[in-house]
Design a protein around this ligand. Structure first.
Ligand code: SF4
Ligand code: SF4
Length: 487
C-alpha cells in the first residue's frame, strides 16, 4: 500500500524497553476512587447519586448534559462518601467536581448489564447511542465523546476508518500491549465501528517498530476483507490524527475542519477496545490500560487501572518510587503534562504515568538562538517556531496568532531538536493560554455590553410605557372635564 510522508517530524529515543515485553497486569481495587465529572471535551456530567448511597460496579454515577458530553459510571461497588472538588490531573492542579467512592471490597457488578445481542445487526444509530451511554471518549488523550464522532461520520458519509495504533510517545507501550494481547477484541471493535458509522473499509495503522502487534492484528483479521493492518514509519508525531491521516491517505484535514469533513474517521485502539467491551459485554468505560514508566519507578509496567484510582495508589502497585522524580508526568515526555501531586486520579484520557529521574531529562542551559533553522525543519505543521517564540517572548501575541499558532499541536519536536535548548513549546503553550484568556475577556466584555444594552432597552421601554400611560390619563381626564363642562 502506498504511504505518504508528512513534512518534519523527529526520531526521539523510544525508551520503551522497560515495559514493551511485559504483559498487562490488573491492579487490585483501591480503597477509595475519585471519579471526576469532567473527563471529556464538552459539558461536565451531572450527578445522579447522593452521598451515602450504595452503588454497584458499572452503575451510572452522573449523566451527560447537552450534545457534547459523556456520562461517568462507578468503577466498583461501594458507598458514595463525598461529592465535591478534588485536584484534577492537570498542571494547574485546579479542582474539578468529583464523586468519591469508598469500595465495599466486593467489586460487585450491577445485574442489568445489557450486551447487544448482535451489534453488527443493530441499527447504526443504536450502536452509537450505546457507545454514548457507556461514556466512551477518545482514549488517546483527545477525550472527545466517541458517540458524537460516530454520529458525525454517519451524517458526513465517511468512507474510511483509521484505527490509530501509532504510539509514538517515548516510554508508552500500553497500546502496543493492547494490540498484542487483545487483537481479536480490537478487530471486533473495528467491525462494530465500521457498522455504526456505515464505513466500507478500515486501516489499522501501527508503527513499524511494533512487529508483534502487527503480526497479532494481521492474524486476527486474516479473513476480514474490509480491515487491513498497515505498518507506518516510526516517526514522531505519527500518533497525531492529522499526521496519521496524511501518512495513510495523503489527505490533509482542513485547518478549521474535522477528519469527517474529508470522509475519514479516526479512533485510538483503546477507544475501539472500549467499544467492543460496551457492545459485546454491556460494560461502560470504568477502567483502562496505562503504562507506568520512567527511571524513578521501581517496577515499570503496563497495567489495567480502574478510572478514579489515585496516581499514588498506581505507583504503590508498581513498588513505589526508587527516588524522588525530577519530573512526574501524566502521558509521555513529549506531550504529557506535569503532575503537581500524586494525589490526583487516573481518568479516561490518561495513557501513562511517567516518573523521570534528573538523568532522563535535559536540563541544559538555554542559549541564544543561532538561527540554524532546525526547529523549522522538524515542525510537522509547517510553522516557524523560532519566529513564533521571538514574538511570544516579546508579548506580541497577535503576531504569533498570525504566524499560525492555532495549527501548533504542542508536539515539542522543535524544542527537542533546538541546539540552544530553547523551550520553544513552553512559549507556544503560554501564548495559547494568553490568547485564550484574551478571547474569554472579549467574550465577557461582549456579554457585559449585551446585558447593559438589554437593561437600557428595558428601562427605555418602561419610561415610554409610563409616559404613554400618563398621556392617556391626561387625555381621559380632559375628556371627562369636557363632558362635565358640556353637561
Ligand atoms: S532550533 Fe533553536 S537555535 Fe535553531 S533556529 Fe530554532 S530556535 Fe534558533
Ligand atoms: S510544538 Fe508546535 S511549533 Fe513546535 S514543532 Fe510542534 S507543532 Fe511545530
Amino acid at each position: 500500500m502506498k504511504l505518504f510522508r508528512f513534512s518534519g517530524g523527529i526520531h526521539p529515543e523510544g525508551r520503551k524497553h522497560a515495559t514493551t515485553d511485559k504483559p498487562i497486569q490488573k491492579m487490585p481495587m483501591p480503597h477509595r476512587l475519585y471519579v471526576p465529572l469532567q473527563q471529556h471535551v464538552g459539558a461536565p456530567a451531572e450527578p445522579q447519586v447522593k452521598v451515602g448511597e450504595h452503588v454497584l460496579k458499572g452503575q451510572l454515577l452522573a449523566h451527560s448534559q447537552g450534545m457534547i458530553s459523556a456520562p461517568v459510571h462507578s468503577p466498583t461497588s461501594g458507598i458514595i462518601v463525598e461529592i465535591g472538588d478534588f485536584t484534577a490531573p492537570h498542571p494547574s492542579g485546579l479542582p474539578v467536581r468529583t464523586i468519591i467512592i469508598e469500595s465495599d471490597g466486593e467489586d460487585r457488578w450491577m445485574t442489568d448489564l445489557h450486551p447487544a445481542e448482535d451489534p453488527l445487526r443493530m441499527p447504526p444509530d443504536e450502536v452509537a447511542a450505546r457507545v454514548g451511554m457507556a461514556g466512551i471518549v477518545g482514549m488517546g488523550g483527545a477525550t472527545f465523546p466517541a458517540s458524537v464522532k460516530l454520529k458525525q461520520s454517519l451524517k458526513n458519509k465517511v468512507h474510511t476508518f483509521i484505527v490509530n495504533g501509532s504510539e509514538c510517545e517515548p516510554y508508552l507501550t500500553c497500546d502496543d500491549r493492547l494490540m498484542q494481547e487483545r487483537a481479536e477484541q480490537l478487530i471486533d471493535g473495528t467491525r462494530i465501528v465500521l457498522h455504526a458509522a456505515q464505513v466500507a473499509q478500515a486501516y489499522i495503522a501501527v508503527e513499524d517498530n511494533k512487529p508483534a502487534a502487527i503480526e497479532a492484528l494481521t492474524k486476527a483479521c486474516r479473513h476480514i476483507t474490509t480491515i487491513k493492518v498497515v505498518a507506518v514509519p516510526s516517526l514522531y508525531p505519527m500518533g497525531s490524527a492529522q499526521h496519521l491521516i496524511k501518512t495513510v491517505t495523503g489527505q490533509e484535514v482542513p485547518a478549521d475542519g474535522r477528519s469527517s469533513d474529508i470522509g475519514l474517521l479516526v479512533h485510538n485502539v483503546g477507544t475501539v477496545y472500549a467499544i467492543h467491551r460496551a457492545l459485546r459485554h454491556g460494560e461502560p468505560l470504568i477502567s483502562r490500560v496505562i503504562t507506568v514508566g520512567g527511571g524513578a519507578v521501581t517496577e515499570p509496567i503496563n497495567v489495567e487501572v480502574p478510572i478514579g484510582a489515585l496516581v499514588s495508589d498506581v505507583l504503590a502497585f508498581c513498588g513505589g518510587l526508587k527516588q524522588s522524580p525530577a519530573r512526574l508526568l501524566v502521558g509521555g515526555p513529549m506531550m504529557g503534562q506535569i503532575l503537581p501531586t500524586t494525589a490526583t486520579p487516573v481518568v479516561k484520557g490518561t495513557n501513562g504515568i511517567v516518573a523521570l529521574t534528573a538523568e532522563e531529562i535535559t536540563q541544559e542551559q538555554t542559549m541564544p538562538c543561532i538561527r540554524c533553522g532546525s526547529c523549522v525543519t522538524a515542525c510537522p505543521c509547517g510553522l516557524l517556531p523560532l519566529q513564533m517564540a521571538a514574538f511570544s517572548k516579546a508579548g506580541n501575541f497577535d503576531k504569533v496568532d498570525e504566524l499560525g499558532l492555532v495549527d501548533c499541536i504542542s508536539c515539542g519536536s522543535c524544542s527537542y531538536v533546538c541546539p540552544s535548548h530553547i523551550p520553544l513549546v513552553h512559549y507556544f503553550n503560554y501564548a495559547k493560554g494568553e490568547l485564550l484568556a484574551r478571547e474569554l475577556q472579549k467574550h465577557k466584555a461582549q456579554e457585559h455590553r449585551r446585558l447593559v444594552d438589554q437593561r437600557k432597552e428595558r428601562l427605555d421601554r418602561e419610561i415610554a410605557a409610563k409616559a404613554a400611560a400618563a398621556a392617556k390619563r391626561k387625555a381621559d381626564a380632559e375628556k371627562k372635564k369636557k363632558v362635565v363642562t358640556e353637561a
